[in-house]
Design a protein around this ligand. Structure first.
Ligand code: ADP
Ligand code: MG
Length: 323
């Protein structure tokens, strides 16, 4: 099973940033309202994530480390929707198989917490843990036992930046949650709770952009598009920044990019680029499930419709702005 886990790990966890993404999603799924992340050496030294979610009992910790054990599947139809964003119940065992992992957790209402420590997927220690709430997962020596994977990683600087981006992208989906990111001892982000999207963006995007954002709120053909987009002739941005989410999960997609570019075309100053954050809600049966889970890709069944919905969502915001 260890070999199986390591193979799965290659698919689920490509690099430190994908580990971070999986762990943060788990914390948010566990109802956390506070999340604190520490990264050292591009994530290879340490990925440490603490939450105040509902935690796990000792049995639940062991179960969570078993392949395909997930607490999140209600029925087969749900499997379809969840599977569209990756294999399920595989993240923790996969990550454990390629690192040294310590999970400490206390189930809500329990008197005492519990920890399990693993090396390359094997339990090497476990016992009671003194903690008040939530779950803490510490990952060290990531990919140390998978030379092929190590070779494929970029410089520490690059991997660090990817972790920071992964954190920020998820932070935008839940501006209501308090989130902190510390990298190499430096506080990178410290978001308070109860924020909205624009407040969160102001900490990373220049005021020239964030002070003139157009709200997007559009519905067509059963798809909804919400978010914000930059006002033309206001930003002088040097490159485009377009962040997309499909059903709450970050994705990169050429069709979405080109739809936004198309909406802006002819409206921008020379060397000005569109900036946007768009959340797309799509019926699950319109998304293909057979997409590589490690990549943040989706495949739309009806690409033309997606293109035109995104384009018109942005266009109508741009046109309203002119009125
Ligand atoms: P999945 O998220 O698809 O269920 P994972 O391997 O990512 O699979 O996690 C396995 C299980 O471990 C989850 O279903 C959940 O029950 C539990 N778990 C993981 N992280 C946390 C956390 N931070 N707080 C509470 N439970 C967690
Ligand atoms: Mg998960």
């Amino acid at each position: 099973p260890e070999l199986q886990n390591q193979i799965a790990a290659g698919e689920v966890v490509e690099r430190p940033a994908s580990v971070l993404k999986e762990l943060m999603e788990n914390s948010l799924d566990a109802g956390a309202t506070r999340l604190s992340v520490t990264i050292e050496q591009g994530g290879q030294g340490l990925i440490d994530i603490q939450d105040n979610g509902w935690g796990m009992t000792p049995d639940e910790i062991h179960l969570a480390l078993t392949r395909h054990a997930t607490s999140k599947l209600a029925d087969a139809s749900e499997l379809n929707s969840i599977a569209s964003f990756g294999f399920r119940g595989e993240a923790l065992p996969s990550i454990a198989s390629v690192s040294r992992m310590k999970i400490s957790s206390i189930a809500r209402g329990a008197d005492t917490g519990f920890f399990v420590e693993l090396e390359a997927g094997k339990v090497i220690d476990s016992g009671p843990a003194a903690m008040r709430e939530g779950t803490r997962i510490e990952i060290r020596e990531l990919f140390a036992n998978v030379p092929a994977r190590l070779k494929f990683l970029k410089t520490t600087t690059t991997e660090t930046r990817r972790c920071q981006n992964a954190f920020f992208r998820l932070a935008l989906t839940r501006p209501d949650v308090r989130m902190k990111l510390t990298i190499g001892g430096r506080k990178m982000y410290s978001f308070r709770d109860g924020q909205d999207l624009v407040q969160r963006l102001t900490s990373a995007w220049p005021p020239a952009v964030t002070e003139h954002l157009l709200p997007i709120d559009h519905e067509r053909h059963g798809y909804t598009v919400t978010g914000v987009a930059s006002t033309p002739n206001s930003t002088q941005a040097r490159s485009d920044k377009m962040l997309f989410y499909v059903n709450g999960r970050p994705v990169s997609d050429k069709i979405l990019l080109s739809a936004v570019r198309d909406a802006y075309s002819g409206r921008l100053l020379s060397r000005e680029y569109p900036q946007c954050v768009l959340f797309l809600e799509v019926p699950v049966e319109h998304i293909d499930v057979n997409v590589h889970p490690a990549k943040t890709e989706v495949r739309f069944r009806d690409e033309r419709t997606i293109f035109s919905v995104i384009r018109s969502a942005v266009l109508s915001a741009l046109e309203q702005n002119l009125e």
